[in-house]
Ligand binder design. Structure first.
Ligand code: BGC
Length: 761
């Protein structure tokens, strides 16, 4: 009997141990414990699979023909991460590679949700990053992040490769439109705000997604604006201008993934740069997540940088340098297997990378919440493109547009203007309006061909204007006039005819996706095709004219365009761009956007970013350019409004700063115009004497405030002590004792300084 009871308990014990849910499935266990438990159960092949990332649209690289092929390939290699898979493809991947696999590890699904969840049919499309930076609005960035995350998570996508934290330097570079402008503080703050919106309060919430800030690092400082070329940067420049946005993304916003850039950093390709990825990113910045390489960085080590002799060397170099995931590296699985077989890689190195990836999957709640992997279609239907989301897209577009010149012609006075001639190729081109990273133009999805259906709810400038003008009985005649690309297309007669009977001419010119984006750098940033001739015809007509640059980045303002009574910079404003534009033109809304890139007179002035170190010998302009090029055409931070703001009474709480104390003070801001408006407040610092070269002025604080007509507001500011620091001779961030000036200005240019005050430390 005793033996029987004893046997019974042994049986019970075996049964419990044998059948209890494994620890990694226990939602109450810590992430570390779950990760360790899961890794201990994985085979070498499963671990290799866990670091593999392939893109759904790359089926051609896997095998010819048939969409079945990638699935077979993914399954065979036990792929752990997938890019650009949506709908039934994604469900199939999650079922076959996730749920139905031996250990049931969900696949991490990734996408470039940059202008919103824009590659997904029927999602809300916001203005481009550069356009949004012109709002100087952190709150708006967070709201847009939230909406994007809601739409992404409702379609089962877990990660976005956002935000781009490259600090713009050379306007010729094709990807300037993906940046948040040329100022490090602005890029950091807006980047953090966007990440916070996307990630929500915790990753495992239903509507939260993980972010992958990119491209680490210095990608924007390419030689001559040529995409992905070698950089000429010193460690000081890296640390001063290019590291801070990443540091902020990791420390303040807790981004769990970082993308390594295409380029080399101090001579070593970013994806095999252990100093960058381990010493700086992990040890100094405290990053705990995983690093994903940019597209085919693995192959670039072999055939571009030529630092690896072949696939095995590339695979080993990346993994041992801290680059956990190689994006689209088709012979990587075989290479890794061979590396292990030949003892070139320690399994512990692979385990570390696998642990980092699994930690993100656990943090996102993918093992615990089925809805995060297989979202319900009801949620998707009620979330995507909701009225609230569209309104936010319109608000963002409104705040992003920049009024550069206005000689009394705007806002449109319906009493005087009865007929508008709207002329130009970009006035009615939704594709040019949305810009790069919308609709999956470059083949990021198989769904990109459906442009007409997908853009049915969008408003071009023509649609927006016609609808708004109707309300005031104003007629709009549209003529395309010229083409962005076609050098033979110029509708001289039609242009002249349309102008003839019009009271106001609005010209909309710019670029389109054939002239901007990855691998599309420009040498001369003038309007292309015969747009300039179109502008000449318009300017000769001597009618009141508004010129609008609807482009991916600021283009040079030509002589004919300069003659216009008003000039507007409307950088890719997204799906509601037309409505926003019309609202601003008719004065329903006020302009409040600011330039976040300095705009030169001439491309040959490039680079022109405002905070470059001083010291140019001589006149301060090129000997073969006009004298006006001594200054940019429009400086960083510039932008007009329909109202007038006056600044006064700047005081500091103390003009002697104490160690570790923030610089605090107040000033008064009065709206002395007829209408209410948002003002972008900009505070710049001059460090009078420093141990190393510093720019003449540096943005140290910004804010956005609404002030009603006739109202005066007292504005308080607080600038953290560390923001005044300089990377000193010993490469340490220090606030050096000495004298400083603080400026309140309406742009980075000296001429726009409103108030000034000195202080010392
Ligand atoms: C770009 C990245 C992007 C990746 C995935 C690359 O071509 O450089 O910014 O995230 O593709 O689409």
């Amino acid at each position: 009997m005793i033996i029987r009871v004893y046997m019974f308990f042994i049986f019970l014990l075996i049964a419990t141990v044998g059948y209890a849910a494994p620890l990694y499935k226990d939602a109450n266990a810590t992430i570390e414990a779950r990760v360790q438990d899961l890794i201990s159960r994985m085979t070498l092949d499963e671990k290799i699979g866990q670091i593999l990332l392939y893109s759904m649209d790359e089926s051609k690289n896997i095998a010819d023909g048939g969409l079945q092929k990638p699935f077979d390939w993914y399954k065979q290699n036990k792929v752990g991460l997938v890019l650009n898979a949506i709908d039934e493809d994604l469900i199939k991947i999650q079922t076959e590679l996730g749920t139905n696999s031996r250990l049931g590890i969900p696949v991490l699904s990734m996408i470039d949700a940059i202008n919103g969840h824009a590659f997904y049919p029927g999602a809300t499309i916001f203005p481009s990053s550069l356009a949004l930076s012109g709002t100087f609005n952190e709150k708006l960035m967070t709201q847009i992040g939230r909406v994007t995350a809601k739409e992404m998570s409702a379609t089962g996508i877990h990660v976005t490769y956002t935000p781009g934290l490259d600090v713009a330097r050379d306007l010729r570079w094709g990807r300037v439109g993906e940046t948040l402008g040329e100022d490090t503080l602005l890029v950091s703050k807006l980047g953090v705000a966007r990440i916070k919106g996307l990630q929500g309060s915790q990753l495992r919430d239903l509507n939260s997604v993980a972010t992958s800030p990119k491209h680490m690092v210095g990608y924007s400082q390419t030689i001559g604006g040529r995409d992905a070329t070698e950089l000429l940067l010193s460690e000081r420049e890296l640390r001063t201008w290019f590291f801070p946005p990443f540091e902020a993304a990791i420390q303040e916003a807790k981004a769990p993934i970082v993308m390594a850039a295409y380029n080399s950093v101090l001579g070593i390709p970013a994806s095999e740069n252990a100093w960058l990825l381990n010493s700086v990113l992990r040890n100094e910045m405290g990053f705990k997540g995983f690093v994903v390489s940019d597209w085919e960085n693995y192959d670039r080590l072999i055939d571009t940088h030529k630092t690896a002799k072949g696939p095995v060397a590339a695979a080993v170099a990346m993994l041992t340098s801290g680059n956990d995931v190689a994006m689209s590296a088709y012979d990587q699985p075989e290479a890794l297997r061979e590396a292990f077989k030949n003892g070139l890689l320690d399994e512990a190195v692979l385990d570390t990378s696998v642990a980092r990836i699994l930690s993100v999957k656990f943090a996102l709640g993918l093992f615990d919440n089925k809805e995060k992997v297989f979202p319900s279609s009801a949620r998707q239907q009620s979330t995507l493109l909701s009225k609230e989301h569209q309104d936010l897209a319109k608000q963002a577009a409104t705040q992003s547009m920049v009024l550069l010149k206005n000689q009394g012609v705007l806002p449109i006075k319906a009493r005087e203007i009865k007929h508008i001639a709207l002329i130009g190729p970009n006035a009615n081109d939704i594709v040019a309006q949305l810009g790069d990273w919308s609709l999956g133009f470059r083949g990021q999805g198989r769904w990109m061909q459906e442009i007409p259906q997908r853009t049915a709810s969008h408003s071009t400038f023509l649609n927006g204007l016609v609808q708004r003008a109707k309300q005031d009985g104003v007629r709009v005649t549209y003529v395309k006039g010229s083409d962005v690309l076609d050098n033979d297309f110029l509708e001289t007669k039609k242009i002249v005819q349309a102008i003839g009977s019009a009271d106001l001419v609005i010209a909309v010119l710019g670029d389109n996706r054939m002239l901007t984006g990855e691998q599309l750098d420009r040498a001369i940033m003038l309007p292309t095709g015969r747009q300039n001739e179109m502008m000449e015809i318009i300017s000769q007509a001597n009618k009141p004219t508004v010129t609008v640059y609807l482009s991916s980045k600021p283009l040079i303002i030509t002589e004919a365009a300069r003659q216009s009574d008003a000039i507007i910079m409307a950088l890719n404003p997204g799906m509601k761009g037309g409505e926003a534009f019309a609202g601003l033109l008719f004065g329903d809304e006020n302009f409040s956007g600011r330039l976040t890139l300095t705009l030169p007179h001439h491309t040959a002035q490039t680079p022109v970013y405002y905070n470059q170190p001083p010291g140019w010998h001589g006149s301060g302009y090129y000997a073969d350019l006009p004298k006006e090029t001594k200054l940019p055409k429009y400086p960083f931070g510039y932008g007009l409004s329909y109202t007038e703001f006056n600044y006064s009474d700047l005081v500091l709480d103390s003009d002697k700063l104490c160690k570790g104390c923030p610089l605090t003070g107040t000033f008064k801001l009065t709206n002395s115009g007829e209408v209410g408006g948002d003002e972008v407040i900009q505070l710049y610092l001059t460090d009078k004497v420093a141990s190393v070269t510093r720019p003449e002025r540096l943005l140290v604080h910004f804010d956005r405030v609404f002030v009603d007509s006739g109202e005066t507001k007292e504005i308080k500011f607080e600038i953290p002590f560390e923001r005044l620091a300089v990377l000193d001779k010993a490469m340490k961030w220090e606030v050096e004792p000495g004298d400083f000036d603080l400026f309140i200005s309406t742009s980075s240019a000296k001429k726009d300084i409103q108030l000034q005050i000195g202080f010392s430390y």
